[in-house]
Design a protein around this ligand. Structure first.
Ligand code: GLC
Length: 424
């Protein structure tokens, strides 16, 4: 934050919350923070909250851990926020939830706090705007990456066809039972894996005008590739159809797979877990392309937002501002491999030391990452798509029919809530 904003902002805190110890007010400020406890995230946030409290005497922050699975966390937040409960004051939210929570009036417009939006990746800021106002700030950026085994092959696959060939070779010659593992359970993670295959073939979920185009030729090719790969004789194990991030990581960490699609968080765990069988034997690369498309990473990540019913928004923003500080982001990068949301940090040697991948490669993947549709009905669109994708992958329906039905239902939903582009 620049100095002028900082001064303005401290003034606001003093006036609204009386939080500074100097003003002698006795009322304690108790904030609640709801966030993820996946991997080592709980340990890090505890440590950072302690530092924040030490720097802000008079403020106490309680941590509320939330479920690992994105969809379950979403459900819990909807229950809390819909009940207009004043806590949690600060929420770690998924990048795809901001418009929904903003349109429902559940999270605060952050513009009055004067955040330095230009200091963050523009795509992440855009995903946090609704009706031109900003409702959350990006905390860390997730991008889908291809993890590959350096002891089984000498280079990452050039395209999806080569990936299949290399995976089969690893199974036949090196005895690695699973070729390629990804998040195939019926939940949000599956949509991100599909988005990456879709981009690889040149497709999109919505086009630039907001029309549903997920059932295009590219969409059908992408889903057919995914479905056909799933077979004990091919290179994606049927077990992925029930797996989320952590099950996928465990399979790769156990040395069972030649390739894995996952977020950056997995890197440090694979390298450092005492029971990892692949430490020092893997690398990451961008997800490969197929014919007609480009290598695509889904844009994911977590944002920080303030509950609209919080009794203490000024102190809540003080906490957000602290967690978004470079020092905190650097610590997250160093300990859990998460990518900072501040592009300027990618020019610093400190980040080069902290990140396990080359910072320029990371920045390039982030800058080209593809967002999921930015709309308040994203969760409903995603739900429709998840059902269709899973039906096709479990061979209950052909990919073209599944996508056609999903597209019709998605279009009908957008029309019902008057978010469909005119003429569609
Ligand atoms: C990660 C991403 C998030 C995504 C989720 C899907 O948490 O950061 O954006 O929705 O995975 O499982």
């Amino acid at each position: 934050m620049n100095r002028r904003r900082h001064v303005w902002w401290l003034g606001l805190v003093t006036a609204v919350a009386g939080v500074l110890p100097a003003c002698g007010r006795a009322d304690p400020h108790v904030l609640t923070f709801a966030g993820s406890a996946v991997g080592r995230e709980a340990e890090i946030i505890r440590r950072q909250l302690e530092r924040f409290q030490a720097a802000n005497p008079g403020v106490t922050v309680e941590l509320r851990p939330t479920p690992d699975a994105a969809d379950q966390r979403h459900q819990l937040y909807v229950q809390w926020l819909n009940a207009r409960a004043p806590d949690p004051d600060v929420l770690q939210i998924d990048v795809v939830w901001t418009p929904e929570f903003a349109a429902a009036g559940w999270i605060l417009n952050l513009d009055p706090f004067g955040p330095a939006t230009e200091e963050f990746f523009p795509a992440a800021i855009d995903a946090n705007r609704w009706n031109r106002s900003l409702y959350a700030l990006p905390w860390f950026i997730d991008v889908g990456m291809l993890y590959w085994r350096t002891d089984l092959m000498s280079e990452a696959p050039r395209d999806l066809e080569a990936l299949g060939r290399q995976a089969i070779r690893a199974r036949d010659h090196a005895g690695v039972p699973y070729g390629f593992v990804w998040q195939g359970a019926r939940y949000e993670g599956l949509v991100t894996v599909f988005l990456e295959h879709l981009g690889a073939y040149g497709g999109q979920i919505l086009d630039a005008d907001g029309r549903v185009v997920v059932d295009s030729g590219a969409g059908v090719k992408a889903l057919t590739y995914m479905r056909d790969a799933i077979d004990v004789d091919r290179f994606v194990p049927p077990a992925v159809l029930t797996w989320q991030e952590e099950q996928v990581r465990f399979a790769f960490q156990d040395g069972q797979a030649a390739f894995m699609r996952n977020w950056p968080y997995a890197y440090a765990l694979l390298e450092e877990s005492p029971d990892s069988r692949v430490a020092g034997r893997f690398a990451v690369a961008p997800m490969p392309a197929a014919e007609g498309g480009v290598g695509t990473a889904a844009l994911g990540g977590s944002e920080l937002a303030i509950n609209a019913y919080s009794g203490d928004p000024a102190t809540a923003y003080l906490l957000i501002d602290y967690l978004l500080g470079e020092e905190q982001m650097l610590e997250r990068a160093r300990l859990i491999g998460q990518y900072p949301s501040r592009p300027a940090m990618f020019d610093t040697p400190a980040l080069a030391d902290a990140l396990p991948v080359r910072r320029d490669d990371a920045r390039r993947v982030i800058e080209r990452a593809v967002p999921r549709p930015v709309t308040p009905v994203y969760s409903q669109l995603s739900e429709i798509l998840q059902v269709a994708l899973h039906r096709a992958l479990t061979q209950q329906q052909e990919p073209d029919a599944a996508l056609r039905e999903a597209a019709t239902a998605m279009q009908a939903l957008l029309q019902r809530v008057r978010l469909a582009p005119s003429g569609s």
